[in-house]
Design a binder for this molecule. Structure first.
Ligand code: ZN
Length: 341
């Protein structure tokens, strides 16, 4: 089979499943009120001249005219799921392919913010889990989870690769942030890094990004408490108040929970942790399982929400696929997240 013409897949992978998810979770309709677009590459991603059918999306952010989505080759999980069902028939051809599948580099899918069309798939230099991505105006930051590191890609270099259509970007710098680096966002003049755990409450650590002769340095400044298993967060203003939404996911069966607070940012100080009990609690929202990052475009104020449930290791398996699959990025206004304020 000639695979040279195969391209990164686009469009909706599981249309019916999404409609079922909307029926089950009315909030999903509200947070996709402005638009939706299929997460690229779920069925097939072209990377490094290879083809991957188990890329699993993680982070999302807006950088200039682009929506950027990180994903990693989740072949270990996919193979494990296929092996589990091999004795009951399973899917021998998929299993055979999975056994021969070498781990691909992680990628950034680039989507045009206006047309919502996929315009490039950019490879990262490594196979990082890439749990989050954020943009500070100069650098695109990739959160590297259990490596406890943040890697910076120069936006102008990323843009050159985007114009070319494909290729690999370098990390200009990789910083040991001494925290879990599970997700990342920007708000005001800080970059925030999720420092969250599966069994205990975590935090989100604030950093000032200092550009020292073109190389970013990170200076810790402030910390906000996070619930167990936080996968993403959004900080944004409505009027003169600041609001925080935190996405918490607990596997492929349980719904995701979004915790919402009004936060007094003047209480965020160096060397202190702002507790959630010191924020005004606005209650929770229920969304389908496996929610990942939430991000707001500082220019248009559109909010983008991402799920990982439509990736092959969680959706395209015989035994225990995710029950409420979301195959698309959901776009809404900030007010859709905080209708009561
Ligand atoms: Zn792969």
């Amino acid at each position: 089979m000639d695979t040279s013409k195969l391209k990164t897949s686009t469009g909706f992978r599981y249309e019916n499943a999404f409609e079922n998810a909307v029926e089950k979770f009315p909030t999903l309709a509200r947070i996709s009120s402005a638009a939706t677009f299929g997460i690229p590459g779920l069925a097939l991603t072209k990377v490094d001249e290879g083809l991957c059918e188990c890329m699993t999306p993680q982070g999302i952010c807006v950088a200039g005219p682009y929506v950027l989505i990180t994903a990693y080759c989740n072949i270990n999980k996919y193979r494990e799921e296929l092996e589990k069902h091999a004795t009951k028939g399973g899917n021998p051809s998929k299993l055979e392919a999975a056994r021969n599948h070498k781990q691909h580099k992680s990628v950034i899918y680039v989507v045009d913010k206006e047309s919502l069309e996929h315009i490039a798939t950019v490879a990262l230099p490594d196979c990082t889990h890439g749990g989050g991505i954020s943009y500070d105006g100069t650098f695109v930051w990739v959160a590297k989870d259990n490596e406890r590191k943040m890697s910076a890609v120069l936006f102008s270099e990323l843009e050159r690769v985007i114009h070319y259509g494909f290729g690999t970007v370098r990390y200009l710098s990789t910083v040991n942030v001494k925290c879990q680096a599970s997700f990342t966002i920007t708000y005001g003049d800080r970059m925030w890094v999720g420092n969250t755990f599966s069994r205990t409450t975590g935090t989100m650590v604030g950093f000032r990004v200092k550009n020292v002769l073109g190389i970013p340095r990170l200076v810790r400044d402030g910390e906000i408490e996070m619930p167990v298993l936080a996968q993403g967060a959004m900080l944004a203003d409505i009027g003169d108040k600041t609001y925080l939404a935190i996405s918490v996911s607990g596997g492929r069966v349980n719904p995701s929970t979004v915790y919402r607070y009004e936060v007094d940012m003047s209480k965020v100080e160096k060397g202190k942790v702002l507790k959630r009990e010191d924020c005004r609690d606005l209650g929770t929202l229920q969304l389908p399982p496996m929610m990942e990052e939430i991000t707001i475009d500082p220019e248009t104020r559109a909010v983008y929400t991402q799920f990982e449930s439509a990736s092959s290791p969680y959706a395209d398996v015989e035994g225990n696929p995710c029950k409420s699959i979301v195959d698309r990025v959901c776009v809404s206004t900030l007010e859709d997240w905080f209708p009561e304020v």
